[in-house]
Design a protein around this ligand. Structure first.
Ligand code: SF4
Length: 438
């Protein structure tokens, strides 16, 4: 089997966030959690409205969000050890017919079965390396499985073990709202597809990888491009070479932090809130803008604060604070460094001296890194154990279920993007791959 992008090192330190939550709930640990409901099986929430417990529990889930049917009792009632053995056995039976992908933020009990571990784009590329595998089991969230489907062979099945594993940030940019925004911008800025004498169009749409295939397709149809948290600056340069301004969605923070680093003043970054007329900005503000920021955010990264950084510095003199660029601007400005999950992983792996790291990103990754690098002290800036609500929905029970169904010749939870969306979405992804740093 292939090597993972993140080496799966077995250590004596328990990296399991689930074990930490169980210990909090039983009183064996003095840590705190944002929801004791996290100790229950995620199937308890499959039929309820909302994203379930965790960082996104206060967010509004769209009415059309996919729902997961009932997981058979054999998986709900199985012990951790039993599920572990069943997953291992099913994977052995399937061999090269199935590839399991695990996102950095996925729970430890699932990640340990992944053939590849990485961020969403690394994992989509890992799927590309297996054009002959019948099934790609994506242990991540819905938009990631869609991206893997866009890039994989048509006959391959991309499977999301729990259909309720969406992404609250991706859901904040709904295609109807984006289409409406585009029409309103045309009212203010004139025909959006007509370049001026300098060859620049009024606005280039840029979407973060963390968005639905429908949004990627929209961007592809309108001369726009996709970005990741690693290449956002290069992508914005690409866009500014083609347009007067950028419409950036869904993550306002990644858009703001990146544009600010490029020297765009905050006064030229109005917000577009889809629930307000003209997005809540005036026509003058939109005309004067360089980057129009969609009113979206990640509820995991929004939890990090400047106070947490100050506390880390007072308790751990010399601490190196690294945060993800989905964090609010004040937090990124106060940190020592900011970068993608891959940046954070590398920074820790490449530190030659024992170092104390305070990390502002999802807790499953932080605890795994702490277990893998015992020579360093690594902790999450947020003292409350609060994982991504939707990543948390992929429990080993669902992984065992989809794998054993595959062994039985049945494909469950296939994620398929329709051709009319897939074609322009691939164009937007190809533009990103072709965009080169200056
Ligand atoms: S961490 Fe944030 S952006 Fe990533 S899946 Fe969870 S809600 Fe979405």
């Amino acid at each position: 089997m292939p090597t993972s992008t993140l080496p799966l090192i077995h250590t004596s330190v328990d990296a399991s966030v689930d074990h930490a939550i169980q210990a909090i709930v039983t009183g064996a640990s003095t840590e705190s959690t944002c929801s004791t409901d996290l100790a229950a099986g995620p199937w308890d929430f499959d039929t309820r409205p909302g994203y379930g417990p965790g960082s996104s529990m206060g967010d509004v889930i769209p009415t059309g969000a996919p729902r997961q049917g009932e997981l058979p009792a054999a998986y709900r009632e199985a012990s951790e050890e039993d599920l572990e053995a069943r997953i291992v056995a099913a994977k052995q039976t399937l061999g090269d017919r199935a590839v399991v992908l695990g996102h950095f933020y996925q729970r430890e009990e699932v990640v340990r079965h992944a053939d590849y571990v990485g961020d969403s784009f690394q994992l989509a590329n890992a799927a590309l390396e297996h054009p002959h595998a019948e099934a790609i089991i994506f242990c991540g969230v819905h938009f990631m499985a869609e991206t893997a489907d866009l890039l994989s062979q048509p006959e391959q099945s991309v499977i999301l073990p729990n259909l309720a594993a969406g992404c609250s940030m991706a859901d904040m940019a709904d295609i109807d709202q984006v289409e409406d925004c585009w029409e309103r911008l045309a009212d203010v800025l004139g025909p959006l597809d007509q370049p001026d004498a300098d060859g620049l169009v009024p606005v280039i749409p840029v979407t973060y990888m963390n968005s639905s295939a429908a949004i990627k397709g929209f961007v592809g149809r309108h001369g726009g491009i996709v970005c990741t948290s690693s290449n956002a600056l290069t992508v914005l340069e690409w866009a500014f070479a083609r347009g007067h301004r950028v419409l950036f969605f869904p993550d306002q923070h990644l858009g703001r932090n990146t544009a600010k680093a490029m020297g765009v003043p905050l006064s030229q970054m109005p917000m577009w809130n889809p629930r307000r007329p003209l997005g809540g900005s005036s026509a003058d503000e939109l005309q004067d803008s360089r980057v129009i920021l969609w009113h979206g955010f990640c509820s995991v990264h929004r939890r990090f604060t400047v106070d947490q950084i100050e506390q880390a510095r007072s308790e751990h003199p010399g601490v190196r604070v690294i945060v993800h660029p989905e964090c609010p601007m004040e937090v990124v400005d106060a940190a020592d460094e900011s970068g993608s999950t891959e940046y954070i992983r590398r920074a820790i792996a490449e530190a030659t001296e024992p170092t104390t790291f305070a990390i502002g990103t999802e807790i499953n990754l932080v605890r795994r890194l702490a277990a893998q690098h015992p020579q360093h002290k690594i902790f999450c800036l947020d003292p409350v154990v609060c994982p991504c609500s939707t990543m948390y929905r992929i429990h080993p029970g669902y992984l065992a279920w989809v794998l054993e169904e595959l062994v039985a010749g049945k494909v469950q939870n296939r994620i398929q993007v329709s051709d009319d969306v897939a074609k322009p979405a691939r164009v937007a992804l190809e533009r990103m791959l072709a965009a080169k740093p200056r």
